[in-house]
Write a protein that binds this ligand. Structure first.
Ligand SMILES: NC(=O)c1ccc[n+]([C@@H]2O[C@H](COP(=O)([O-])OP(=O)(O)OC[C@H]3O[C@@H](n4cnc5c(N)ncnc54)[C@H](OP(=O)(O)O)[C@@H]3O)[C@@H](O)[C@H]2O)c1
Length: 254
């Protein structure tokens, strides 16, 4: 047995990953990573000492190194890494400040690559990495331009990495959820024009997305697109030109 590392564990899908992984059992510890320590401690109180709260701002270069140091000190085996921390800001290029635009790249892309590269030396045969991308990865999206580009990076990087890691029998499962009911929207809409992105159709729940993601990861599948609507989205994104999808997106946006 080894440990599981889950980022974004204080809320939404990350918190649900911690819950479902603990319920499944068979792990020594679940390192629950996020900035809000009180939320992580609540999770530990409800799930037991198997949950190890790790307070960390993953966009801070000194703080993220703490995780690398913890792994180096404990020399423990990592069975699973779930890169779930992420945020979006909705709005056009001139509505999103540079700090937020670069912050999305720092968290959604840079921290994800940092943690993946850092955890891989501690993984053995059968290990898995779960990368939370999004259906936003399937095409460019006006009013979510940086976020969609970050998720396209995650999808492309992770699929290629999955191929490279076959020789070590380690899998990388990229999960592409559509709209899911979490605090994501509070962050994405804070400080931007109201309903900058208003087409939030077919909302899923974290429980459904995470159950599908864990099934896919345990079967070592390369991709997981939970829900019929999102599967159709993937299909049509492969046959319809991006320019047309962007037009439809803007029409739905209202
Ligand atoms: N909800 C959706 O509709 C949707 C759809 C597709 C994909 N996604 C993706 O799903 C993932 C999870 O999002 P969610 O929906 O569960 O949103 P959420 O409820 O807002 O959770 C985001 C998590 O990221 C953590 N986080 C944010 N900034 C951080 C930082 N600087 N350092 C460390 N942790 C940080 C937050 O914890 P703290 O604030 O405590 O640090 C929180 O635990 C994200 O990658 C998101 O892009 C979401």
């Amino acid at each position: 047995m080894g440990i599981v590392i889950v980022t974004g564990a204080s809320s939404g899908m990350g918190r649900e990953f911690v819950k479902q992984i603990c319920e499944h059992g068979g792990v020594d510890a679940v390192w629950a990573v996020a900035r809000r320590k009180d939320r992580l401690e609540e999770l530990q109180d409800s799930l037991g000492s198997v949950v190890v709260p790790v307070e960390c701002d993953l966009t801070d270069q000194q703080e993220i190194k703490k995780l690398a140091d913890m792994l180096a000190e404990q020399k423990t085996q990592v069975d699973m890494l779930v890169n779930c921390a992420g945020f979006a800001k909705f709005g056009a290029y001139d509505e999103i400040n540079l700090t937020d635009a670069l912050g999305m790249i720092d968290l959604d892309v840079r921290a994800l690559v940092y943690l993946t590269q850092t955890a891989l030396p501690y993984m053995g045969e059968g290990g898995c990495v779960v990368q939370i991308a999004s259906t936003a990865a399937f095409q460019p999206l006006p009013d979510m331009n940086v976020y969609a580009a970050c998720k396209a990076f995650v999808l492309s990087y992770s699929r290629a990495l999955n191929d490279e890691l076959q020789e070590r029998a380690i899998s990388v499962t990229t999960v592409c959820p559509g709209w899911t009911k979490t605090e994501f929207f509070d962050v994405a809409e804070q400080g931007t024009s109201p309903k900058a992105v208003g087409n939030q159709l077919f909302m899923s729940t974290p429980a459904h997305v995470v159950a599908s993601a864990l099934r896919a990861a345990r079967s070592h599948r390369e991709m997981c697109v939970p829900g019929l609507f999102n599967k159709l989205h993937l299909f049509f994104s492969k046959i319809i030109p991006d320019s047309l999808i962007m037009r439809i997106w803007k029409m739905l946006k209202g």
